[in-house]
Design a protein around this ligand. Sequence first.
Ligand code: PSV
Ligand code: MN
Ligand code: MN
Length: 424
Amino acid sequence: MNIEKSRIAIHNDVLLATHQRSFDYIAGEVENAGDIVNKLAAFQVAIPSWALGTGGTRFGRFPGGGEPRCLEEKITDIGLLHQLNQSSGAISLHIPWDIPSDPSHIKALAAQYGLRFDAMNSNTFQDQPGQVFSYKFGSLQHVNKDIRKQAIAHNIEVIRHGIALGSDALTVWLADGSCFPGQLNFRQAFQHTLESLQEIYAALPDDWKIFVEYKAAEPNFYSTTVGDWGQSLLYTSKLGPKAFTLVDLGHHLPNANIEQIVSLLLMEGKLGGFHFNDSKYGDDDLTVGSIKPYQLFLIFNELVEGMDAKGMNHATGLGWMIDASHNVKDPLEDLLQSIEAIMITYAQALLVDRKKLAEAQQNNDVVTAQEVLQHAFRTDVRALVAAARLQAGGALQPLALYRTEKVREQLIHERGMKTVATGL
Ligand code: PSV
Ligand code: MN
Ligand code: MN
């Protein structure tokens, strides 16, 4: 299915006068509104193929119907999001959940929707049917060399799928670790993992990157072999210039200062990208900006400052991805909310008066420094974000149009009520 351009135009016409009033107000308040709108229009966030269905929890799952049943339908769903907001122009696949049987057909379908293939994700945290060895006690860290070899081969296969689709990055998230003290020799687990990653790194094409994602805990609850940014940075530094650390916002111990981590990784040229989500307790994978919007703003503040200092292009300099799961919301509505939150926060970070902040820092004027940040954070930038969508051909209010067009109802009509999205 499609959301016709004419439907978007009718929707925008109805809202245009109100939008223009809000836009004129904010454009009069901030410097370079046009520049900010252009930056927002260029900023694209990849949608994970596994976030299109209802995730559920280990206690149960309550599917909402009309979920994509195959890779083609996942691409369609992301295409619909992109038609609505013009900010979701990429898809991140997980192998083997999304093995493309015919890569050129899949590539052509994605291109029809204006989508490109972002980082490919490998999976050595589950056993697959027909797999020779089990990952119960880890994959790249495993004490058994044959099991490590199997996991290495899988990652190389994922790179091959990615090459066929035009991707240029591999994200490795490992569940490897231990559940009880004494189970693992930490140094041996690290060395095995490093050697395995080195073999995968050797198989990367010249223009590819590898992202090493860290996570404090879960499914292992005593130790994780890539447990924090320090460990990830050790691996990526030892691997070489094509290796970067990936920050998933939900993968930290409580109260971690993520913005400081981001700032230092960026300074070292080792920040690869993000998995955006939000959380209150652990790796909750909630809607971006739904719990700690100020933290997200402080992260974007470091990103804008750090990327500008290095002359990096905001849109293309890092990998921007969402990693979320939906238990009680329509996944597509939830993703629209996440993208909106990212765009709003990025716009607010662009508003920070850098000169004034630097002066306040130089003078140890703590109060002014806080005022500068909070002034930007408290500015209502929604009209700037909407203007960027309008400029790019999207809808002024994507969520409202999604509902009035009855997209979910149409998907249920096409695919049925009892669908189970492939993946988690
Ligand atoms: C692990 O919690 C993670 O954040 C990794 O990115 C996985 O690939 C993803 O979730 C999907 O389960
Ligand atoms: Mn993640
Ligand atoms: Mn996660």
